[in-house]
Design a protein around this ligand. Structure first.
Ligand SMILES: [Zn+2]
Length: 450
């Protein structure tokens, strides 16, 4: 991706917790913000005009790009998380580096159109069919990194260790593609990946189901030694907790704590079914929580204790996970709405707190602490939400953030800028010119390999 020096004029921008009118944002050739100047009534000559409310770029902290191929398909037939997983494995079995590149490029382009400037890809489809190694053992991860670059967004490739079908069970079927055999072999392969200007690396423990207890510390140490983010699926379903208690006599959270996997660089994804002691452990260790409300609803997972986790000290971030929809604004308000349904009380999170989860705290969880705020020195990643659509028109400008977080959808995103580069201009992706076509052809190619 080439990086450009450019000046943008935002009609409104969210700066330091308040909405300011007329904000000049100057970016450098190195993709950073060099100046932020509020109170500029109109666009100076040469500045790109951003009509609407400009926000820091959104961070999608939890993605499995190939799940996009299950959209709508998975809405037929009912069932549970576990029956959904069977269909998901059938899709995973079809992927090759080439078809996954094409699909992920289209999915990441859809993300850019939704205002997402950075994605955390929780990647575990490492090997060929039956577990056969590719000539380049990281061909799949490289395809995802290249796809994000082609779609103009940043990526943190969270290379995921996946070794078991369940507690004491060998991987089978599609899972053979996920497994490196041992945690040491996983570490050796993951260590060969290299970051780029727009791609960083992280480690992941798929879950306590898929990584045996005696391998947890190896993955945790890999991340600690290299200063990388560590992500893990935690207690998405009650069955995981029951199986873990039976196998180890402790909850997944306690097991992870025992093996050094919690801490300020760790993000627990879902964290839906927790005990009070689990919540205290996550909070005390400053482990972040990534909530994925649209997926958790879609998969009938349950409602995670977002308010209690935040109160305990766990920073919150957001992900679109299964991509039933890709809309970080919907994820943000979903956190508050789920709390309202549970408590029958309104007002647990302000629009500002929800947006911070969608931007600053999401970037921090993905290892991009210099992104997620509109300020000099930060990465020039931002997005503009229309305030003149049928969903957002009407409220006074001082409530623009409430309009964006509680009423706008991804369809209201007009502009996305990454590293100073105008990736989405007036709703059009500048690198992937017909994103619906790219999605359609990528999924048709995948189905043709059945
Ligand atoms: Zn996930």
């Amino acid at each position: 991706m080439t990086l450009n020096a450019q000046t943008y004029w935002a009609e409104h921008a969210w700066l330091g917790g308040v909405v300011e009118p007329g904000v000049l944002i100057t970016t450098s050739g190195s993709g950073r913000v060099t100046a932020v100047e509020p109170g500029v009534p109109g666009p100076p000559v040469g500045a790109v005009s951003l009509r609407g409310l400009t926000l820091p770029g959104l961070a999608n902290a939890h993605s499995h790009a190939f799940h996009r191929a299950l959209r709508s398909v998975a809405q037929v037939g009912g069932g549970t998380f576990w029956t959904w997983r069977t269909g998901m494995y059938e899709t995973a079995a079809l992927l090759t580096p080439d078809t996954y590149y094409a699909l992920a490029r289209a999915v990441y382009a859809e993300m850019a159109l939704a205002g997402i400037t950075c994605v955390g890809e929780f990647h575990y489809v490492h090997h060929g069919r039956g577990g056969t190694r590719y000539g380049d053992p990281n061909a799949m991860a490289e395809a995802l990194i290249a796809a994000a670059g082609a779609a103009g967004i940043r990526i943190t490739l969270l290379d995921t260790c996946y070794l078991a079908a369940g507690f004491g069970e060998r991987p089978e079927g599609a899972q053979l593609r996920f497994s490196d055999g041992t945690a040491e072999a996983w570490a050796e392969r993951a260590d060969a990946l290299r970051p780029t200007v727009t791609a960083r690396l992280g480690a992941a423990i798929h879950s306590v189901r898929a990584v045996p207890a005696d391998a947890l510390a190896t993955v945790a140490r890999f991340a600690t030694d290299r200063g990388l983010p560590l992500h893990l699926h935690l207690s998405e379903q009650p069955r995981e907790n029951e199986d873990c208690l039976r196998a180890h006599g402790r909850t997944p959270t306690a097991l992870l704590a025992d093996h050094g996997a919690l801490g300020p660089r760790t993000t627990a994804v879902h964290a839906t079914h927790l005990t009070d002691a689990d919540i205290a452990l996550l909070g005390r260790s400053s482990t972040a929580t990534c909530l994925c409300p649209t997926t958790e609803r879609d998969l009938a997972d349950g409602i995670g204790p977002a308010g209690s986790l935040r109160a305990a000290g766990s920073p919150l971030c957001l992900g679109s996970d299964s991509h039933a929809v890709i809309d970080l604004l919907a994820e943000a308000r979903g956190v508050e709405h789920h709390e309202r349904l549970r408590s029958r009380v309104r007002g647990h999170f302000t629009a500002g707190q929800l947006l911070r989860a969608a931007s600053e705290d999401g970037h921090a969880a993905l290892g991009w602490p210099e992104a997620g705020r509109l300020e000099p020195g930060g990465l020039a990643d931002f997005t503009t939400v229309a305030l003149d659509s049928v969903r957002t028109a009407g409220p006074p400008p001082r409530l623009a953030l409430e309009a964006a977080v509680f009423a706008a959808t991804a369809a209201d995103v007009r502009h996305t800028v990454v590293g100073g580069l105008h990736i989405v201009r007036d709703g059009d992706h500048q690198l992937v010119h017909d994103v619906p076509h790219a999605l359609r052809t990528a999924m048709a190619a995948l189905r043709a390999t059945r």
